[in-house]
Design a binder for this molecule. Structure first.
Ligand SMILES: Nc1ncnc2c1ncn2[C@@H]1O[C@H](COP(=O)(O)OP(=O)(O)OP(=O)(O)O)[C@@H](O)[C@H]1O
Length: 270
């Protein structure tokens, strides 16, 4: 679980994050959404301590990153898996070598132990036939799966993904979404994903945090999204004609979720 309390981040005179308080539960997929410039990347980078927050608290299962020693931060770093935009793979390394990288960096495992773990996650993301290939020899969707395999190879407690669907076709995006949801359950990770993909929001958004101008404008989940009353949120999520019509259809048919779950009554800040 990650708890965020009154998080603020300024760059010189400009305050980008204006006191965000929220909780991300273990074993859940948490999505951060919002218009360009709303502060999603600064928020994610603050959680990862790439940016030092100006004030507030960020607790990783009770451990406040703001008061940790350098060694404690390094220890925490080994518990975090990341999937960044563009997959960020090493071009000169094979799929297998790319995936082994965090084990080489953060563990003292033997070659055989690393190999076993790498082959296990390669199987998990269905890349068995690609392990000796280089990133340039595989598709964008496969590269994303390599990045996900690399993020989970060291059994992280926390999984951070920045725009995991960017540049992918809708079918491949669904494959990646399904994989991230399954992995979150199997590895019991606290998963936090920055996304612009409204399909992801409606299918895997177990928790959705909507940022606007650096504040938490709304939080909820995919099941209560269609009935949310926050106008800014509605304008943002249902800005495309297709999603607008889908929302109207769902409301008319009293079906607030794409999946037939019962909506939970936990909408806040609407
Ligand atoms: N290193 C930085 N120094 C100064 N200002 C920054 C820095 N990084 C981001 N900002 C500012 O913070 C604001 C939020 O930027 P951020 O990148 O977090 O937006 P975003 O919601 O992730 O946008 P997008 O969806 O386009 O990626 C912007 O006004 C941006 O100019």
């Amino acid at each position: 679980m990650i708890e965020v309390k009154e998080l603020r981040k300024s760059f010189e005179e400009v305050e980008v994050l204006k006191g965000i308080t929220t909780t991300f539960d273990t074993g859940k997929v948490n999505l951060i959404i919002g218009q360009s410039g709303s502060g999603k990347t600064v928020f994610l980078k603050s959680l990862l301590n790439v940016y030092e927050p100006s004030s507030g608290a960020i607790l990783f299962d009770g451990r406040d990153i703001m008061t940790m020693s350098r060694e404690e931060k390094q220890g925490l770093r080994s518990e975090i898996g990341t999937v960044f935009q563009g997959s960020a793979l090493f071009d000169s390394m094979t799929v297998e070598e790319n995936i082994s990288f965090p084990l080489d960096m953060f563990t003292n495992l033997t070659y055989r132990e690393k190999k076993r773990k790498v082959l296990e996650v390669i199987g998990r993301v269905n890349l068995d036939k690609a392990n000796k290939k280089y990133p340039s020899e595989i598709s964008g969707g496969m590269q994303k799966r390599v990045a996900i395999a690399r993020a989970i190879v060291n059994n992280p407690k926390y999984l951070f993904c920045d725009e995991p669907n960017s540049g992918l076709d809708p079918y491949t995006s669904n494959v990646i979404d399904d994989l991230l949801l399954e992995i979150t359950k199997e590895y019991n990770t606290t998963t936090i994903i920055n996304t612009h993909d409204m399909n992801s929001v409606m299918t895997i958004g177990e928790k959705i945090l909507y940022l606007r101008l650096g504040i938490k404008e709304w939080e909820g989940n995919k099941d209560i999204l269609a009935t949310a009353k926050n106008k800014n949120l509605i304008d943002f999520v249902y800005s495309s004609e297709l999603f607008k019509q889908l929302r109207e259809f769902m409301l008319e048919n009293n079906q607030t979720s794409l999946i037939n779950d019962k909506p939970e009554d936990n909408e806040k800040n609407n």
